[in-house]
Write a protein that binds this ligand. Structure first.
Ligand code: NAP
Length: 281
């Protein structure tokens, strides 16, 4: 039921039809009985700035931002949070009534919360963490881990120059490794995170020597389609604890929902089960 008081939020991506965010947020809205709605938008790839200008002044309360707009979302904002600056990307834009736009990034919150849920006791301050990939997701994860007190982050990437660029852009102990030296990068880590797009249905598999990780290491994959990627399956086979990308997706949505609608999502709706049904369908 749309009323004169309905609060509108949404997600912008291109393509956006596959996004699980409308399913998650609208399920929470319905369960909480909130007068609000969450809608998908697919602005043209080179017109994101104009799209955002059209929303200034509070046409909608806020917007999640996904591929390919996470980086450009920073440049359209009047204010940028420490988290978004560290990640060099935003996944959340908030529109104030006076026309100002604030950029934030909740992916790091989602990542760490997913570890707390699926690998309880994991301590990001206890040991180095290795991250595979050097795109926006990898940089966001590295930045969030450093902010959480991680003593060392190792960026492992197929294209070494990109790993070096991420390492050079972040403050702290961040080191770049070519993919051929992954075994070296995995030694003594508390966790290994796949932040490449490999493992995503149809994107090729990732060769990672997970046997080089300590037995206590947690293996995490940001890819969630399929939910159990070959990377996670390999980690599980070796007896490592695993954390999946769907948990991260759901956990990054919580602070966004709180920002848009002013309250914590209701616990009684199982959005993970709903999302899994959609992923399997
Ligand atoms: P991106 O900027 O396109 O970066 C992709 C990275 O993957 C690059 O480092 C690339 O290496 C590497 N790569 C791709 N195919 C590879 C292969 N076959 N072998 C080895 N490396 C390969 O992507 P992104 O925005 O950072 O996103 C990365 C992934 O994280 C995506 O699948 C995205 O959906 C996922 N993600 C999930 C969540 C969540 O909430 N679960 C949140 C954010 C992102 P090169 O540099 O050598 O090309």
């Amino acid at each position: 039921m749309i009323t004169g008081r309905t609060v509108v939020a949404g997600v912008a991506g291109n393509p956006v039809a596959h996004s699980l965010s409308p399913l998650i947020h609208n399920a929470w809205l319905q369960a909480a009985g909130i007068d609000g709605i969450y809608v998908p938008f697919a602005p043209e790839a080179d017109r994101f700035d104009r799209f955002v200008d059209g929303l200034r002044g509070g046409a909608i309360r806020g917007l999640n931002v996904t591929i390919p707009f996470k980086e450009v979302a920073l440049s359209v904002a009047d204010e940028v949070s420490v988290r978004a600056r560290g990640a060099a990307a935003a996944n959340l834009l908030v529109f104030d009534a006076d026309g100002r736009v604030t950029a934030d990034n909740t992916d790091g919150i989602g990542l760490l919360a997913a570890f707390r849920v699926q690998a309880p006791g994991f301590d990001p301050t206890a040991a180095p963490v290795a991250i595979l990939g050097a795109g926006g997701a990898a940089r966001g994860a590295a930045s969030a881990l450093l902010l959480a007190g991680c003593p060392e982050v190792r960026i492992v990437n197929r294209t070494l120059a990109r790993a070096e660029a991420v390492a050079g852009a972040l403050h702290g102990q961040v080191f770049a490794y070519p993919i051929g030296a992954a075994g070296e990068a995995f030694a003594g880590v508390g966790a290994v995170i796949n932040a490449t797009s490999a493992g995503l249905s149809g994107q090729g598999e990732l060769e990672a020597p997970l046997e080089a990780t300590p037995e206590t290491a947690v293996v995490m994959d940001m890819v969630y389609k399929p939910l159990e990627t070959p990377f996670l399956a390999q980690g599980r086979k070796l007896g490592r604890r695993t954390v999946d990308g769907l948990e991260m997706l759901i956990r990054q949505a919580i602070p966004s929902f709180e920002t848009f609608f002013g309250r914590t999502p209701p616990g009684e709706v199982d959005v993970r089960a709903l999302a899994l049904k959609t992923l399997e369908g």
